[in-house]
Design a protein around this ligand. Sequence first.
Ligand code: ZN
Ligand code: ZN
Length: 304
Amino acid sequence: MLPYTTLEEAETTIGRALTTPETIWLKYSATKSDYFLYCHNILFLFLIFSCVPLYYIFLQLFFRHKIQSFKIQPKVNLSLSDTFRCYKSVMKMFIFIVGPLQLVSYPSVQFIGIRTSLPLPSLWGIIAQLTVYFLVEDYTNYWIHRFLHCKWGYEKIHKVHHEYTAPIAFAAPYAHWAEILILGIPSFLGPAMVPGHMITFWLWIGLRQIEAIETHSGYDLPWTFTKFIPFYGGSDYHDYHHYVGGQSQSNFASVFTYCDFIYGTDKGYRYQKKVLQQLREGLKSNGKRNGILHSISAEGPKAD
Ligand SMILES: [Zn+2]
Ligand SMILES: [Zn+2]
């Protein structure tokens, strides 16, 4: 809870006039406990898991023919009832694991020093911290993900997330409860190393999930904003990991491509890209641009 409740008190303590975002934050948070503010994440995650995938459902329902060429595995099309079944499983996990995890993890947030006080961080401060969070999480997640692909980790835990060999947006958080708990650790590491404001923390949790939904969408849409981020993996990159499945030794990174490049775990994907490119060029020069290319894209290589 903020140590001041009025604008005058806040301005006297800070020693300057509050900006508009700071005034809004003061009005909203002054009488709310830090724990209650932290628990906003539960609502944000519920809304993100429920609403963001609807964007892809909307595109499928009303612009299917326009976006079909961007579908990464065009031969696989899940029905609406199968999609809803996936959402129900995700919600079950949300109610029994994700929500309670948020409720009980507040002491760690308190311990690492996430603050709710004024002044608010600058936009560049937020961007810098979010960049660190994404990089730290990506690196840690890479190694945990690799561990989950060992025989024991895959059979006991990670297999659930790989049930979707052609992922859909709703399946981004679809995983074994143990995987959800384990992958909570990398999410906390960045904020623990560079603690910031609660707003930055909300943004981090929200943006990471939105990113995961896009990555699992099954579509490589050319107008996606993340296309402009250097070393970003994206949906095509992660889709390949799901396509290969249990034996996959490629594309472990969740956000960027640098870990797989450094540790040589992107060879299968690069090879597939090269072969597809050569086929495209060959078909173009032969003037035989027909369904063959699509079927190759959908089937991909047999192993990486
Ligand atoms: Zn995996
Ligand atoms: Zn995945």
